[in-house]
Ligand binder design. Sequence first.
Ligand SMILES: Cc1cc2nc3c(=O)[nH]c(=O)nc-3n(C[C@H](O)[C@H](O)[C@H](O)COP(=O)(O)O)c2cc1C
Length: 351
Amino acid sequence: MLYQKLIRPVLFQINPAHVHKAVVFAGQCMGKTALSRTIVASLYGYPHDDAEVVVDGVRYHTPVVLSAGFDPNGQLTEILRSVGFGGIEVGSVTARPCKGNSPPNETRLKRTKSILVYKGLRNEGVERVTARLLRQYRTPDFAVGVSIARTNDEAACGLPEGIEDYATSFAHIVAHDVGAWITVNISCPNTFTGELFIESENLELLLARLDGIKTDKPIYLKMPISVPDTQFVALCDIAAQHRVHGLIIGNLQKDYTHIKDGDPKPEAFRGGLSGMPCQEDSNRLLSLAHERYQKRFTLIGCGGVFSIEDAMEKFERGASLIHMITGMIYTGPSLMSDIARAYAQRYAQRR
Ligand SMILES: Cc1cc2nc3c(=O)[nH]c(=O)nc-3n(C[C@H](O)[C@H](O)[C@H](O)COP(=O)(O)O)c2cc1C
């Protein structure tokens, strides 16, 4: 309540990209000492171990994970357990550093309960991010995964170059043994060459290349949600023939009809929508994947979790974990522990 009545109204007066930067900076500083981690945990942490889950051999303190994109450079891994998260997906990182798209690249759509994201994979590149993750304190029972994407520059435009770009990041992460899992993000809507790998034949080539890099880490695929069901299923069928352990369902919403009156609606495509516009499609596709592939894939629900009920809906539809960002921003920092508590109450007996 304190967050929604007092803190959020102030934060929502400020440019979202500036707030984002400040929060990452503050979180990074607070993660540096045991004292500051303990103080934050006393306010927002989940102090019990009854929501702990093990998914594909990876242990999470709670089943709530910070989704890719909020912390592309891996600066928050030391603090997030103190706010109820059980893990983070760092990234998406790319083979070379990426400047990303020009501002505005994060626009808050309050009525829609969303953020219009046009960042274009701004990140420091796989080498720097990997080095940081290796340096940082490893929080017990806190899972750190890394999402990789194709570098958003001209050198990675073509199909063979794009595949090699992913392979470079993948191999670097494996060689340095960072990340408990690796996610292959094929569905970033904000690159200037488009989503090359949401076409089945291209995905086939990409996954065949990655299969050749030896690793025991679980591999996940970040799925698009703004595609016809037939295309979604075709992509899953391809993934099923390769070393893909799970599907994250899914990425940003591209359909602007979800934008509510009163919020700015760009005339041309200017980024994907997070939050509420993702909820319906990601839930529907989660159920579809559960029906068709529940024995084959681990399923991870992502998109539009603003409440305990929203999270429970994803678990009921077959998700083993929740990835989220926008709910934390709109609902506040107690949401993750609230979900963990509800999860423990509902599922503790079944495990
Ligand atoms: C600011 C921002 C940046 C994002 N960047 C990435 C990214 O780099 N890689 C990725 O896979 N998803 C990215 N996403 C998508 C989220 O990981 C997530 O799939 C989406 O926001 C839906 O979840 P939510 O409704 O809980 O925010 C980004 C989202 C936001 C809000």
